[in-house]
Design a binder for this molecule. Structure first.
Ligand SMILES: Nc1ncnc2c1ncn2[C@@H]1O[C@H](COP(=O)(O)OP(=O)(O)O)[C@@H](O)[C@H]1O
Length: 249
């Protein structure tokens, strides 16, 4: 709980410039914190003044809310890498590495991967980016646990956190409508959302995000975007998120 109260202070570095509601929840990871922190020891860009680097933003939200879509568009606009921990997990899954089997069981059950594995994958990605001259980032889907938020706060300055929200039946429909081009990696959505408003809720209309003709025959669906697994991911998210919430500004 110490972590929760520290995170809620407006003076907290991590949340200094938050302009939307942010929710965090506790982690089930058993990894020792100093060991996890050591993954980031070599990142000297982490504490550069904002004028000497590009933006360092974080996008959060339930599965299917669109954080990947918005983060990817903004990252092109701002010239920063879009780093989604879900993509890092899927890259590892697709490899023949020793982690692959372990990850596939966790992800295909709709559970969260351990903090230790996530920090390991993320630090490798940041290191590679640093070596390639990257500056700044938009992190997507990270942090998702208090421990992840605490360590991120300690090692980096985050300029903005955006938490996107959408009602649950639309989230489910959007997850089930997600498609990816197996050749170019483009993300699309075939769901046509039209929810009537009422009882104080607004109407929601979202046109499908259709792929170009040359991608049509190469579309695939993520293995964890089945109705059963999406419902479990939403359940896990809601159960853990509800532990703590606050708004600054
Ligand atoms: N920060 C994280 N912490 C723990 N697990 C993660 C994290 N990011 C991604 N994952 C794992 O990767 C899966 C896919 O993540 P993601 O692509 O962000 O999907 P979504 O937001 O649609 O659930 C998650 O269900 C989870 O198992």
């Amino acid at each position: 709980m110490a972590a929760l109260s520290r995170l809620s202070k407006p003076s907290s570095k991590f949340f200094a410039n938050i302009t939307r509601s942010v929710y965090f929840y506790s982690s089930a990871s058993a990894a020792p914190e100093p060991e996890i922190k050591s993954y980031f020891q070599n990142h000297n860009f982490a504490r550069k003044a904002p004028k000497d680097r590009n933006v360092q933003w974080v996008f959060l939200g339930c599965p299917g809310v669109g954080k990947g879509t918005y983060a990817s568009r903004l990252s092109k606009f701002l010239g920063v890498p879009h780093i989604a921990t879900g993509d890092l997990v899927r890259e590892e899954l697709a490899s023949s590495g020793s982690l692959s089997q372990q990850l596939s069981e966790i992800v295909n059950q709709g559970k969260l991967v351990s903090d230790e594995i996530i920090f390991n994958l993320l630090s490798k990605r940041l290191e590679a980016g640093q070596a390639g001259g990257e500056s700044g980032f938009i992190l997507d889907g990270f942090p998702r646990t208090v421990k992840q938020a605490e360590i991120l706060e300690e090692v980096m300055d985050i300029d903005l956190v955006v938490n996107l929200k959408l009602c649950e039946d639309v989230l489910l429909e959007k997850c089930l409508g997600r498609r990816m081009c197996s050749q170019c990696g483009g993300n699309f959505n075939v769901a046509n959302i039209n929810v009537k408003g009422g009882n104080g809720n607004p109407s929601i209309s979202m046109a499908p995000l259709l792929p170009p003709a040359h991608c049509m025959s190469k579309l695939i669906t993520r293995a964890d975007d089945t109705e059963e697994v999406v419902k479990e991911r939403l359940r896990v998210y809601n159960e853990k998120v509800s532990l703590h919430s606050f708004t600054i500004l």
